[in-house]
Design a protein. Structure first.
Length: 414
């Protein structure tokens, strides 16, 4: 019953998407009659993106000053988060080049329907100009648009730091930011009740315009994600374990991972797994102080499953619109944006659409393509949660090895 309760909304979303896809295949262009319903849902979500990012990121920075137990392990945490995220993003990138979900799809049907969702024409700018335009805007009002998410995130971070630096004088602002975040989240909860219908209608129009070939692309993307999840969960984790503590760490991890893994699958929530993950790492010999620091931080800032999903979404759009994925510039941009997507999704409550909008914003795609990417988010939700949650147990092991050195191996409990 608990599993059914936890996945009820996901089942409704999937049902809406499937019904919409079937209607798109059957009615083709005539399915556009329901497009206004899909646009209505997306527009309601779009208008909440800016206040959500502004309030949630700023309030998160304000609240960080209460987390003083990070202490000397902060550098190791940042290093482990960054290195493991880059590795999994690189793995997803190269495997996607080897097996692109849309490579064997007839793109002619898709291309013929692009008039409604054309990619925004990107100006040819120098690297310096691109950097400036990606991370900053020239005027304050320009911050508050969904096409300038990175500048808005940076502004929100500065706002949070400013409130913290103000001390007692900034306390009222900090309370306002926390309260405003909760209000916006409640508004999103209300709107999301309409998501199965809204996304279903949007998907019906998308399939009607772009052709049923896109459905095969989603199926291929799901298969590719499962392969990447398998390699990441079993392969990369095992590699990290041997590096951290040899055979003893390997045995300890796999002897204690079943409960956290099943909890992640059953709840579909990384946050709900925090107590179970801390208990598992403690059984493995990870100091409680490190576990209680790494796992909550990782739940918010380190999400391998979301990073892999980010790479797949970028590849999906690049292939549809005929963008080139190879080359050093493309590689760096794709990896960089995928890392940002992992951080945005984790750090911002209900950040899924925010991450997808970030992809469209950085690469110059129409914001209307967000609905197309949300389908991928829905179908990979379970394996993504498994990777996001259990990956934090692994990072706590690596942080422990970096912090305590080889003497930690003697404390490993098998």
């Amino acid at each position: 019953m608990n599993i059914l309760k936890n996945y009820a909304f996901t089942f409704c979303l999937l049902a809406g998407i499937v019904i919409g896809g079937v209607c798109g295949i059957i009615f083709k262009e005539d399915a556009s009659i329901v497009k206004p319903v899909g646009d209505l849902f997306l527009n309601l979500m779009f208008v909440l993106i800016v206040p959500l990012v502004l309030f949630s990121v700023s309030s998160a920075i304000c609240n960080m000053k209460q987390s003083e137990k990070v202490g000397k392990v902060t550098g190791n945490i940042v290093l482990v988060f960054l290195v493991t995220s880059i590795i999994v993003a690189g793995l997803a990138y190269f495997l996607t080049l080897f097996y692109n979900p849309l490579d064997k799809i007839d793109r002619s049907e898709i291309i013929s329907g692009l008039s409604a969702v054309q990619s925004v024409e990107v100006q040819h700018l120098s690297s310096a100009e691109l950097l400036v335009n990606t991370f900053t805007v020239s005027d304050f009002p320009l911050l508050f648009t969904k096409t300038h998410l990175l500048p808005l995130i940076l502004f929100s971070i500065l706002l949070g730091l400013g409130v913290v630096s103000a001390g007692k004088k900034g306390k009222i602002v900090a309370c306002f930011l926390n309260s405003a975040t909760q209000v916006v989240l409640k508004m999103i909860t209300i709107i999301m009740y309409a998501a199965p219908v809204g996304l279903g209608c949007y998907f019906a129009d998308t399939i009607g315009q772009l052709g049923g070939q896109l459905l095969h692309g989603y199926a291929n993307a799901f298969v590719l994600y499962l392969v990447l999840a398998f390699i990441s969960f079993f392969g990369l984790n095992s590699l990290y374990l041997f590096l951290a503590g040899g055979k003893k760490a390997f045995v300890a991890f796999w002897s204690n991972i079943l409960t956290p893994a099943l909890t992640a699958i059953a709840t579909s929530s990384s946050a709900a797994c925090i107590p179970v993950n801390i208990a598992a790492t403690h059984k493995m010999g990870v100091p409680l102080g490190i576990a209680e620091t790494v796992i909550p931080l990782g739940t918010n800032l380190h999400k391998d499953g979301s990073i892999i999903g980010g790479v797949l979404k970028i590849a999906f759009l690049f292939t549809i619109f005929g963008r080139e994925m190879t080359g050093v510039d493309s590689f760096l941009m794709i990896i960089g944006v995928a890392l940002l997507v992992g951080i945005v999704i984790g750090a911002i409550p209900s950040g899924g659409m925010t991450g997808e909008l970030l992809i469209c914003s950085v690469f110059g795609f129409s914001p209307q393509m967000v609905g197309t990417l949300m389908v991928i988010t829905t179908i990979i939700d379970v394996p993504a949660t498994l990777l996001n949650s259990t990956g934090n147990i692994m990072t706590s092991v690596l942080v422990t090895r970096l912090t305590e050195g080889k003497r930690w191996i003697e404390k490993i409990v098998n």
